[in-house]
Design a protein. Structure first.
Length: 165
């Protein structure tokens, strides 16, 4: 799908044009990797390089449940959403997990994050997916302000067993 301005994308902040959202492509690699590095810094996370390399390949692969969107302003990629489709025992329709959402710190507050979410939800509707869901830290107030405008937080509690090797 080509880049498009979304219906309902907020008016531009000052002279900043509205963000465009499109599928990630191979030529985005340098920009995506820079943003990904900033995202990891935000979380204080240090996954192995092989995980980053694998994620990048999987986002581009047409045969992988993982896929990626990016948002660009005036040709500059300023944010991404990494997603994956999952099978469900409750439905024949896949569920979409939004695993990572990030907008460059100097580009926030201009609708890029909302544009990524809106595009993902629009794709879910177009494709008949069962739902789009994501997690966030309870105290991520900034992200949750945005999320509360597009979705409802449920009362599911997540349990995790880390498996070390
Ligand atoms: C969460 C995150 C992705 C939001 O991205 P963003 O591009 O700033 O989001 P938006 O601009 O769409 O919305 C944020 C705010 O800007 C406002 N806004 C949106 N478009 C606007 C515009 N054109 N003019 C002025 N304000 C605007 C929104 O109303 C919203 O305001 P609010 O905070 O009062 O609700 C970003 O803050 C981020 O990357 N954070 C660090 C990583 C992170 O927390 N990721 C989520 C992990 S689950």
């Amino acid at each position: 799908m080509s880049a498009k301005r979304l219906p309902g994308t907020p008016a531009t902040a000052g002279s900043e044009p509205a963000p465009l959202v499109r599928a990630v492509r191979a030529s985005d690699e340098a920009a995506w990797r820079r943003l990904w590095a900033d995202y990891l810094l935000f979380y204080g996370a240090e996954p192995p390089d092989e995980a980053t390399d694998s994620t990048w390949k999987r986002l581009l692969s047409r045969d992988d449940p993982m896929f990626g969107l990016v948002t660009e302003v005036e040709g500059i990629v300023v944010g991404f959403a990494n997603c994956a489709l999952q099978g469900s025992s409750w439905s024949v329709r896949p569920t979409c997990h939004l695993e990572d959402l990030f907008v460059a710190s100097d580009r926030r507050g201009a609708g890029a994050g909302k544009a990524l979410l809106d595009e993902l939800i629009a794709r879910a509707r177009e494709n008949g997916w069962r739902a789009v869901y994501w997690h966030t830290q309870r105290d991520n107030v900034t992200a949750r302000r945005l999320y509360d405008r597009v979705a409802t937080a449920d009362d599911v509690v997540r349990y995790t067993v880390p498996i070390t090797r």
